[in-house]
Ligand binder design. Structure first.
Ligand code: IPE
Ligand code: IPE
Ligand code: MG
Length: 244
């Protein structure tokens, strides 16, 4: 289900190179229907499928989906276990089609903390699709922007300690190079569903000059038309990067 009127196709010459999505509102979607929260997460997978397909079709290069935050570990155990199960099921069910469409799967976050089987499946998917040339699908899992920066500082410190790096050489670009996926450019556009207006620790370093699109639509209701609406609005924005 999508909301609102049919949207014009966006100008393919001015697409965001990297789109980030904070997929929020699954719990509220389920609650509205008197269903358990996990039913909302499951319904959210349909939106994931639609958005990944649409991004691939229109030619977006990088899509980062915020699927599970470091803070989400604090949710009740049953919900966390259910989310790990849904992650396993999603990857197992979709991998053939994703691979067939040339999607390259990568992950950002402290993925070693994921449930063991889910991690193994994720690593298999990453390996299997590593040479694909289509959409790069970056799954933010056990991801936190502050955790990513802390991990970058740790890695820089090791280079200093081993005598390989002079601390005077640390600049913004070197910090960027120590993030989880330095080859992925900063997000041009970040979408957040469900009416919340915050980053919740998503790509805090990389979003310094991102455009933001907030919508009341809950993630399981977010479809292709909503994506097109966000892209059309993005294309009407003037990005100045501090200049005039
Ligand atoms: C987003 O939906 C999915 C995850 C954070 C894993 P929520 O589960 O946060 O849904 P709401 O915000 O409670 O509605
Ligand atoms: C952000 O949503 C994390 C993901 C979408 C995975 P949350 O629902 O966890 O964020 P808060 O708690 O409302 O800030
Ligand atoms: Mg939420």
């Amino acid at each position: 289900m999508t909301s609102g009127s049919k949207q014009e196709l966006p100008d393919i010459k001015n697409l965001p190179v990297h789109l980030g999505v904070i997929m929020d509102g699954n719990g509220r979607w389920a609650k509205k229907r008197g269903l358990p929260r996990l039913a909302g997460h499951r319904a959210g997978m349909k939106s994931v499928k639609q958005i990944v397909n649409s991004c691939g079709e229109i030619g977006i290069r990088y899509l980062t989906l915020y699927a599970f935050s470091v803070e989400n570990w604090l949710r009740p155990k049953a919900e966390v276990t259910g989310l790990m199960r849904i992650l396993r099921e999603y990857l197992l069910k979709e991998i053939d089609e994703l691979d067939g469409k040339g999607v390259k799967i990568v992950a950002s976050g402290r993925i070693d903390d994921l449930e063991k089987t889910a991690l193994k499946i994720l690593k298999d998917c990453i390996k299997r699709t590593q040479h694909n040339k289509g959409l790069v699908l970056n799954l933010a899992l056990s991801y936190g922007g502050r955790a990513e920066l802390a991990d970058a500082v740790k890695s820089l410190s090791k280079d200093i300690k081993s005598g390989y790096l002079n601390p005077d050489k640390i600049d913004e670009s070197l910090i960027s190079k120590h993030l989880y996926h330095p080859e992925i450019p900063d997000p041009d556009l970040i979408i957040r569903t469900s009416g919340e207006h915050r980053l919740s620790n998503f790509l805090i370093w990389q979003s310094a000059y991102s455009e933001f699109y907030f919508t009341e639509v809950l993630w399981p209701d977010f479809g292709k038309e909503d994506l097109m609406r966000s892209l059309n609005e993005y294309q009407g924005r003037e990005r100045r990067f501090g200049r005039i």
